[in-house]
Design a protein around this ligand. Structure first.
Ligand SMILES: NC(=O)c1ccc[n+]([C@@H]2O[C@H](COP(=O)([O-])OP(=O)(O)OC[C@H]3O[C@@H](n4cnc5c(N)ncnc54)[C@H](OP(=O)(O)O)[C@@H]3O)[C@@H](O)[C@H]2O)c1
Length: 322
């Protein structure tokens, strides 16, 4: 494992972090908790010291599994969790006020819930699960964050941005309030490179690169004709022609596979780590064998500037949620 500085937090975090949405049973279908705990512990053995979770991942189920897995090692892992959005509809529409989406009392209450779920006195990185830049003008949410910091209930504060819209978090990053920012970054969506990443480097905000495997589109395991359960998130995300389109795009990437970078997930994760603004990349990994493959990536050969240049042409505009 290799480690990077998480921006101004000065925490040293593993280049491969653990994305803990899938283990929460929230919209990813049934999972086996014992297998999830084995995956978490395998990741720890392989040097992973950063976990990203959220209260919303199974109403605390993911947080509780993390607490259970790391009972003995709690102080050796950095856990980032998230405060859920209070209003309905995702993402919150323009005109939604911060005091509706994240009222101060809601922020405090959900932090208390996450503290209990995680079995800890202090959350390493608390995040807002979603953000709109106009909320920077409002103060109630920020007062709640300051209170939590004063009381020692959270150490650092971050934000997770709207899918495929890194430009909606530039004011947040500039504000100096947030220590970290979480954004979709993968071979298919390279949009943060334009403005967000240079800004994060300039103001020393840590970057959590999320959805590095395009929700499975870059995992190498999807097939155009495979049945996906429409009641699960992958079934929804890859509905209609989207599965076939994604498989066609992913197939084109096999030309990049070579010694040490012999699989699509490895190529995809190495791609994310090739950008110096990225502090950690957080694939969802519910299986120990995925953990093993993903944790080998930091030591895999570096992608050449020629390869990175060509990979730029594999980005394609997409927002499968609309
Ligand atoms: N709004 C937000 O803040 C937000 C939104 C989305 C995600 N996130 C965070 O980002 C994390 C990552 O995103 P994600 O989990 O949605 O998607 P992802 O990491 O892009 O993809 C997860 C998929 O990749 C598969 N996979 C992982 N490693 C693999 C390997 N080596 N070989 C083959 N398949 C592999 C997983 O398989 P299995 O299905 O077998 O596990 C799963 O299907 C989340 O867990 C969460 O922490 C945050």
């Amino acid at each position: 494992m290799q480690f990077r500085r998480l921006g101004r937090t000065n925490l040293e975090v593993s280049e491969i972090g653990f994305g803990a949405w899938g283990i929460g049973k929230a919209w990813w279908g049934e999972t086996d908790d014992r297998l999830s705990i084995r995956a978490l512990l395998r990741a720890f053995e392989r040097g992973v010291n950063f976990i990203d979770t959220a209260y919303a991942y199974g109403d605390g189920h993911s947080e509780r599994l993390i607490a259970k897995a790391f009972q003995e090692y709690r102080e050796r892992v950095t856990v980032a969790t998230k405060i859920p959005l209070k209003t309905s509809g995702w993402p919150p529409q323009p005109g939604t006020r911060a005091k509706e989406a994240f009222p101060g009392a809601w922020i405090i209450d959900h932090t208390e819930k996450s503290l209990r779920n995680l079995g800890t006195d202090c959350i390493d990185v608390q995040q807002l699960h979603i953000w709109r830049d106009e909320w920077i003008q409002e103060t109630e949410w920020h007062e709640a964050v300051k209170q939590l910091k004063r009381e020692g209930k959270i150490r650092f504060f971050g934000v997770s941005l709207i899918d495929h819209a890194p430009e909606t978090g530039l004011e947040a990053v500039r504000s100096g309030i947030f220590d970290t920012v979480q954004v979709i970054y993968n071979i298919f969506d390279q949009s943060p490179v334009k403005e967000l990443f240079p800004l994060c480097q300039q103001v020393d905000v840590g970057v959590l690169a999320r959805v590095p495997l395009d929700e499975g589109g870059l995992s190498g395991k999807l097939r155009p004709d495979m049945p996906l359960d429409p009641d699960t998130f992958p079934g929804y995300y890859f509905r209609g022609e989207r599965l076939k389109d994604t498989c066609t795009r992913a197939e084109q990437l096999t030309a990049f596979l070579r010694d040490g970078v012999e699989s699509l997930p490895k190529l995809a994760l190495k791609f994310c780590l090739s950008h110096p603004a990225v502090s950690t990349v957080i694939p969802g990994m519910r299986r120990p064998e995925h953990v093993d493959e993903n944790c080998a990536v930091p030591d895999a050969p570096t992608l050449t500037s020629q390869e990175l240049q060509t990979l730029k042409t594999h980005a394609w505009p997409r927002n499968f949620y609309e």
